[in-house]
Design a protein around this ligand. Sequence first.
Ligand SMILES: NC(=O)c1ccc[n+]([C@@H]2O[C@H](COP(=O)([O-])OP(=O)(O)OC[C@H]3O[C@@H](n4cnc5c(N)ncnc54)[C@H](O)[C@@H]3O)[C@@H](O)[C@H]2O)c1
Length: 340
Amino acid sequence: MENLSLNIVTGRSEIIFGYYSERLNFLSKNRKIIVICDKNVNELYSDISKNYSVINITALESEKTIQIVEQIYIKLLELKADRSTLLVAIGGGIICDITGYVAATFYRGLSVILIPTTLLAMVDASIGGKNGVNFNGNKNIVGVIRQPEAIIIDTTFLKTLPPEEFKNGIAEIIKHSIISGGEFYNLILNNAELKSGIVSENILQSAINIKINIVASDVNEKGLRKVLNFGHTLGHIIELKQGISHGKAIAIGMMMSAIISAHFNKCSKKTVEEIYNLLTFYNLPVKSSLDIAEIVKYLNSDKKKDAELLHFVFIKNIGEIMHEGISINFLQNELLEIFK
Ligand SMILES: NC(=O)c1ccc[n+]([C@@H]2O[C@H](COP(=O)([O-])OP(=O)(O)OC[C@H]3O[C@@H](n4cnc5c(N)ncnc54)[C@H](O)[C@@H]3O)[C@@H](O)[C@H]2O)c1
C-alpha cells in the first residue's frame, strides 16, 4: 500500500503501511525504544515483549486517567528513559491516546510512533494528533494536540480483533463516508464484504485520507475539523454513562444528530432514513438505553462549548456536515421534547 503523510504546523506524521516490526526497526534509527502496549495485544503477539521493553496497560476507558499517566511516568524512570527515547504505542485508541499524552508531557516531549491495532484506531484515533485522558467523568478533557512522528498501519493485527471491535471501526468509517459523501459513501453503502469483516486497502486508505485532509485544513479544531465530531457530542456521553464501546455510542450519536438536524430543518427526513439504513445495515445500534434526561444533564460538560454555546454538528445532506453554536439550555429543552 502507498504510504501517506500529514504535514501541518503541529508537526509531520508519516503513515506507513506494512509489517510493524520491520517498519519500526527502520524508523527507530537505533534510538532506545519503550513500547506502551495493550496488555491483551501483548499476550496475543509474543514477539512484542521478546523484542522491546514493554509497559503493559489495560485498555479500559476507566483506566484512561491521569493516574495511569503517572504510573507510566514512574515506569519510564525505572526503565531509564531519557530525552532521546522513542515511545511506541501498540494498541487501540485508548493506548494511542494515553501514549500520545505521555509522550507530549514527559521530558516536555518525547518522540512517539503509534501502531494502532484496532480498525477504529487505524482510521481515526491514531490520525490527527489529538490525545489525552478522561478526567472526573469527562471524556478526553485533558490532553494536547501533537503529531506523532509516524503511524504504522499493520493490518495483520486485525486478524485477532473481536468482531464487536471491528464494528466499532466500521462506525467511524461510516462517519467518514457521511462527511465526505461521493465515491467513498457509495463504496461503503451496502458493502457486504466490509460487513463480513474484510476491510479492503481502498477503504482503509480512503478513510485515512479523509481524516488527513480535514485535519490538515484545520489543525487546531477551530473550524472544519469540528465536522469530525459528527455524532460525538451525544456519543461521548452515551459511551461514558451507558458504558458501551466508542463506535456503538457514536453510531447512536450520529442517528440522534440526524434526527435533531431534521427537527431544526437542516436536513430532510430522507437523509435521516439514509443514515438509519446505513447504520442498521452494519448492525450498529441507533438508540440509547439511557433516558434522554440522563443524557442532556451532561451536555454542560462538553468540551466543545464556549460560555453557554455548544458547537453542535448538524447534517444538511450526505457529504454536507456543518457546525453551529447553539444555546445549551435551548438544546437541552429541545432534546427532551424530540426524544421524549
Ligand atoms: N484521538 C482521537 O482522535 C480519537 C478518535 C477516536 C477515538 N478515540 C479514542 O479511542 C478509544 C477507543 O479505541 P478503540 O476502539 O481503538 O479500542 P480500545 O483501545 O478501547 O480497545 C478495544 C479492545 O480491543 C482490544 N484489542 C485491541 N487491539 C486488538 C487486536 N489487534 N486483537 C485483539 N484485541 C485487540 C483491546 O484490548 C480492548 O479490549 C476511546 O477512548 C476514544 O476516545 C480517540
